[in-house]
Structure formats: C-alpha cells, structure tokens
Design a protein around this ligand. Structure first.
Ligand code: NAP
Length: 298
C-alpha cells in the first residue's frame, strides 16, 4: 500500500524543504495543506483516519510544521483530540525545523556531557543564546528535562523570563534561569555547554566572551550564515578541539538533523499510534546507530 503523508503547515505555503525530505525518506504521495489552523484541521485529519481500513492506518502519516510554534501546538492539540481508540494515524511535529535541530544539538552535547547527576557530580550548566526563538526554546526544554540548569539568554530579560516560565509549565521541576546583556559574562566561566540559536547571520558571542568560558565547554553554533553565531566556530566543525573546548558548527549539526528528519518520517509508517515530538525524537535518536551518536571521551 502506498505511503501517504498529509503535510499540514500553519503557514500559507507548505514548506518545500519538509516535502522534499519526506520524498527522500521514502514517502510515495504527499498531500500538502497550508494555512492549517485548529479550526480547519479536523476535516483533514478525518480524511486520514477514515479513508483507509483500520489495519491500513499505518500507511498514512501526518507531518505538522510551520514557523509559528504556538499555532503548531494548537493544531497538534486539536489533532490529538480528534483521534479516538485505535482510529488514529502517526504524527511527526517539526515546527520551523526546531525539533530536529534541537535534538541534533542535544545529541552532539551528549557525546561529551553526562546528564546523569549524583551526590558526587554537579548537573550540567547550559547557556542557550537566542533562547527565545523556536530552536532555542526547544533546546532549552530538552536540556532542562535532561536535568541541566539552563540559562536562557535573550536581549530582553522579560522575554527570556516568559520563555523560562512557559517551559517550566510544560516540564515542571526543571531549572531554567533568564539572562540578558552583561549577565552572560557573570556565568559564562562556569558553563559546560553553550549553544547559539540566534537569528541567522548575527554574532551572539564574541571571541573575548568565548575566552571567558574556561570549563571543559562544548560550544555549538547553529547559524550557518556568516558571521558565525559564536566567533571562531566554523560551520563544518565537528567536535573540533580548541584548548578545553569542543566545537560544533551548523553544517555538522545540520547533517545529523537531516538524518533524524528522515528517520522520523520512516518511523512514522511503522505503526499508526506514534506521536513524534521533540522528546520522542530524542528517544528515537538514542536507538539509532548514527556515527555521531557515539560518546566521545573528554
Ligand atoms: N543547522 C541546522 O540544521 C539548522 C536548522 C534550523 C535552524 N538553524 C539555525 O538555528 C538558529 C535558530 O533558529 P530560529 O528559527 O530559532 O531563530 P530566530 O527565531 O530567527 O532567532 C532566534 C533568536 O535570536 C534573537 N535575535 C534576533 N535578532 C537578533 C539580533 N539582531 N541580535 C541578537 N539576537 C537576535 C531573538 O531573541 P531575542 O529577541 O529574545 O533576543 C530570537 O528569538 C538560526 O541561526 C537558524 O539558521 C539551523
């Protein structure tokens, strides 16, 4: 039976990147819908639920994307409410590529940093620059759920604070702290992980600021558009050693992100009851044997 992907996008024009990746991952037919909202999603989802027989539902999947994360979450809730009993299809969420990118960055960090804490080991301290954007928020949520103390950085302390509260509502008992401006330099000396998720083409951390990160810090820059988000990181860097630091650039993280995206699409058609959000994607990534998924000794 043909694998059909219902590509739902909250933006007016469904993302071509997501469509091409789906084809490359083995999808036979893509049905694209733009401007999807919580109001108009139900009839689209009913089409996916009721057209093929109950034992064929795993041959249909839904991809949900778009740049507005809040709208995507509203549509996701409505899709979830529309399913009942075993009459459902699997769903993969990747708004603005945020989930795949965030998980790829977390996988890179996990090659060097153990998030398991005990009485003897302190928890990882992570600084997320551009933490208010779609990618930064996802990374912050994933790391906080792993047990890290997350410093979420914005140019505006109130915006950072709102994001921290929002993430803490979704993932209670997590530790997130908003930072802005000079506050970055007060804590940078003690962080284990710095991820730059700022707007493309914006330098988020200068060479002088980076030199103040004196722990065995893993530094990941997700911006591929010059200048670098973290001064001194090259896009192709993959665990490049620089003194006490390990450096990752946007292209090496992007390669992992693409593998994850394709793996998630393939996973979608295994059963009809999967919900592949950022957390499920991280779990899936840990089951996959990507070369970049192997730990690196410090
Ligand atoms: N490598 C990959 O595979 C991959 C895939 C997807 C995305 N990305 C990259 O990941 C990064 C994050 O993506 P995104 O969509 O989350 O980014 P975004 O929404 O465009 O920007 C993230 C944050 O950057 C801050 N920012 C905006 N303009 C700024 C400026 N002039 N100076 C300092 N900070 C500024 C904003 O935070 P405040 O306004 O709160 O300060 C914003 O929330 C981007 O560089 C993107 O290209 C990489």
């Amino acid at each position: 039976m043909k694998k059909i992907l219902l590509q739902l996008d909250v933006d007016p024009q469904p993302c071509s990147f997501d469509a091409i990746t789906a084809v490359d991952a083995g999808v036979d037919v893509i049905l694209q819908h733009g401007s999807v909202s919580a109001d108009n999603a139900v009839s689209l989802v009913h089409g996916a639920m009721f057209t093929r027989g109950a034992n064929k539902l795993s041959s249909t999947g839904i991809f949900l994307g778009g740049k507005d994360i809040t709208k995507v979450e509203d549509v996701a809730s409505r899709i979830s409410e529309t399913f009942f009993d075993s009459i459902r299809v699997s769903v993969f969420l990747d708004p603005a590529g945020a989930n795949t990118t965030a998980v790829a960055a977390v996988i890179a960090a996990k090659r060097h940093i153990s998030f398991v804490t005990s009485a003897e080991t302190k928890c990882c301290q992570a600084m997320i620059l551009g933490g208010t954007g779609p990618v930064g928020q996802r990374i912050s949520r994933l790391l906080a759920a792993q047990g890290a103390h997350v410093y979420l950085v914005s140019r505006d302390l109130e915006r950072a604070s709102t994001c921290c509260q929002f993430i803490q509502q979704k993932t209670p008992n997590t530790h997130l702290e908003p930072l802005s401006g000079k506050m970055v330099e007060e804590v940078i000396g003690s962080v284990d992980l710095i991820i730059s998720a700022g707007k493309p083409g914006i330098e988020m951390l200068t060479a002088t600021q980076l030199s103040q990160a004196t722990s065995n810090t893993v530094c990941i820059d997700l911006n591929a558009v010059p200048p670098a988000g973290i001064n001194g990181i090259q896009p192709a860097d993959q665990a490049r050693r620089d003194g006490t630091k390990h450096l990752y650039g946007a292209l090496s993280v992007g390669e992992m992100k693409m593998k994850l995206h394709k793996a998630a699409i393939q996973q979608l058609f295994q059963t009809n009851d999967q919900w592949i959000d950022a957390e499920a994607l991280l779990l899936l990534s840990e089951r996959l044997s990507f070369p970049a998924n192997k730990p690196i000794n410090k």
